[in-house]
Design a binder for this molecule. Structure first.
Ligand code: SAM
Length: 261
């Protein structure tokens, strides 16, 4: 695992959890859109695999819609939170959270799973490792899925957006924590380098907590579609939002729906 991945998602999982929890309130809309797309394709229940599931945001909402879900993530703290939330949401029997590295997907979920009907990769959970690793994860997901299964890549950053709306700095409030982000984007190779610096609010002051130096690859729509085809997934549609099914534009997120060939 890269150092920044270990630091952000494992050692400082307390800080990233605040960001993930902020997204919970938008997840029901996202999942309603996914369910609408699935039902138009004749899928209203079945087995779902959530790649890099975090604290179970998408997994738990899909279980509430009746899907049997396996979520995989490398962070024990996120999975413990996911199991707690599954219990609170009365879907404990419908979700299994597995700790492990998605790059070894077949080894970690192969023995506990039936063929999957739906695969999800949500909120820019690709590009953390090499492109060969991403290809291998989607190939393994294909091998674990039935023919005709549906893959959603959702709420994902893309190079078209960064080319037009690149913001070198941003400021985010997370309860009693403030996060400052400084970013660099290299359009020649799609690499984004960011410093995430966290401070605790103390009255009028900010007290430094920690910083994480992040480096990851951002895909363009065509680059990611080409990688998916190589992995056995045929892109069928792309949207700016799965909640509203609005078309994708350079100013929206990237959401791809693909079918197992
Ligand atoms: C941006 S978060 C998205 C979480 C979740 N998909 C969501 O939408 O809330 C990225 C997730 O990828 C997980 N992750 C990173 N590398 C991983 C790996 N090699 N195997 C499994 N999970 C990984 C992190 O722990 C984190 O939960």
């Amino acid at each position: 695992m890269n150092d920044w991945i270990r630091k952000l998602f494992v050692e400082r999982s307390d800080l990233f959890l605040k960001l993930m929890n902020q997204r919970w309130c938008k997840t029901e809309e996202l999942v309603n859109g996914m369910v609408k797309v699935l039902s138009s394709l004749g899928i209203s229940s079945g087995n779902m695999l959530d790649l890099c599931c975090g604290n179970g945001r998408v997994s738990i909402h899909m279980a509430k819609k009746g899907f049997n879900v396996v979520g995989v993530d490398v962070s024990r703290a996120f999975l413990e939170d996911a199991r707690r939330k599954a219990e609170e949401n009365h879907v404990k029997g419908l979700v299994t959270f597995v700790e492990g590295d998605v790059r070894k997907l077949k080894r970690i979920v192969g023995s506990v799973s039936k063929p999957f009907d739906v695969i999800v990769n949500a909120w820019t959970s690709i590009g953390f490792y090499s492109q060969e690793d991403d290809l291998s994860v989607f190939k393994q997901a294909r091998e674990l899925s039935r023919e005709g299964a549906i893959l959603f890549i959702t709420e994902t950053m893309h190079t078209e957006y960064l080319s037009i709306k690149f913001a070198p700095t941003s400021y985010t409030e997370l309860d009693d924590v403030v996060m400052l982000e400084n970013r660099k984007f290299d359009p020649t190779n799609g690499r984004v380098n960011s410093s995430w610096i966290f401070y605790r609010k103390q009255g009028e002051d900010l007290k430094y907590i920690d910083r994480v130096e992040i480096e990851h690859h951002v895909y363009s729509l065509s680059e990611l579609c080409s990688l998916l085809r190589k992995a056995g997934w045929e892109p069928m549609a792309h949207y700016g939002s799965l909640s509203t099914l609005q078309p994708m534009s350079p100013l929206t997120h990237m959401n791809i729906v693909a079918k197992a060939q």
